[in-house]
Design a protein around this ligand. Structure first.
Ligand SMILES: [Zn+2]
Ligand SMILES: [Zn+2]
Length: 236
């Protein structure tokens, strides 16, 4: 497993199985928040990184979405650390629990045991509460309840599968696994709103100052709603 410190408080842990798979460890006052849980074989590496390299307890796991390449280590990590809380967006939970089939898929598939993931706390208007040093933002499209997490203090956005990337450029998420590509492209507006200095994706390298290339990305995907006007609604 490759380990890289990408900012003051955020570490990237990754492996490569046909494609790169990243998870992120965020150092908080009370321990570590893990963003996404990769694949099952990353469990030991994640635990050893937390225990030996940082010497901090794993406090919570926050998921960008429920696909199997983002939830693989959840089960074993939850067994190893019974106090860890797992969060995902409430829209996403029935899909990951195998109660609903992801749009475009024939069958429901369970990636996380029912009851294990709790809904991210939200206000009445749907605004998601902060989780430690991270703000959480619903960005549907790749999956119905996809969420990105933003570490404001470090300017780092952990964007899951909202994008892929190549050579430091934003690329669309993998079409085969994306529920609604047009919606995913609309959700990329979050980059203009939050203006991270660094954006991380699960299946690719980092993208620096991604807002600078957002118009080009959206144009390449046939999206005409951007253009710096601001205030573009993320609501469906
Ligand atoms: Zn995915
Ligand atoms: Zn993925």
């Amino acid at each position: 497993m490759k380990i890289e410190r990408i900012s003051e408080q955020v570490w990237s842990l990754s492996t490569w199985v046909i494609i790169p798979i990243h998870v992120w460890a965020v150092v908080e006052k009370d321990g570590i928040t893990l963003v996404d849980a990769g694949i099952s074989m990353m469990t030991k590496g994640i635990a050893e990184f937390a225990e030996k390299r940082l010497g901090l307890p794993l406090r919570r796991i926050v998921l960008t979405h429920g696909h199997g390449d983002h939830t693989g280590a959840v089960k074993k990590l939850a067994e190893r650390y019974p106090d860890v809380t797992v969060y995902a967006h409430e829209i996403e939970i029935p899909y990951m629990e195998g109660k609903l089939a992801y749009p475009g898929r024939k069958k429901p598939q369970q990636s996380v045991a029912p009851g294990l993931a709790k809904p991210l706390p939200a206000a009445a208007d749907g605004t998601l509460a902060r989780v430690g040093g991270l703000s959480a933002h619903l960005t549907p499209g790749h999956s119905p309840g996809h969420v990105v997490y933003f570490h404001e203090a470090d300017g780092v956005m952990l964007a899951g599968d909202l994008f892929t990337s190549k050579g430091g450029r934003l690329r669309k998420p993998m079409p085969m696994f994306t529920s609604d590509m047009a919606e995913a492209v609309r959700s990329s507006e979050i980059v203009r709103q939050l203006r991270p200095s660094r954006l991380e994706v699960c299946h690719g390298g980092a993208v620096l100052n991604p807002a600078d290339q957002l118009d080009a990305y959206q144009r390449s995907q046939g999206f005409a709603g951007g253009g710096g006007g601001g205030g573009v609604s993320l609501q469906r």
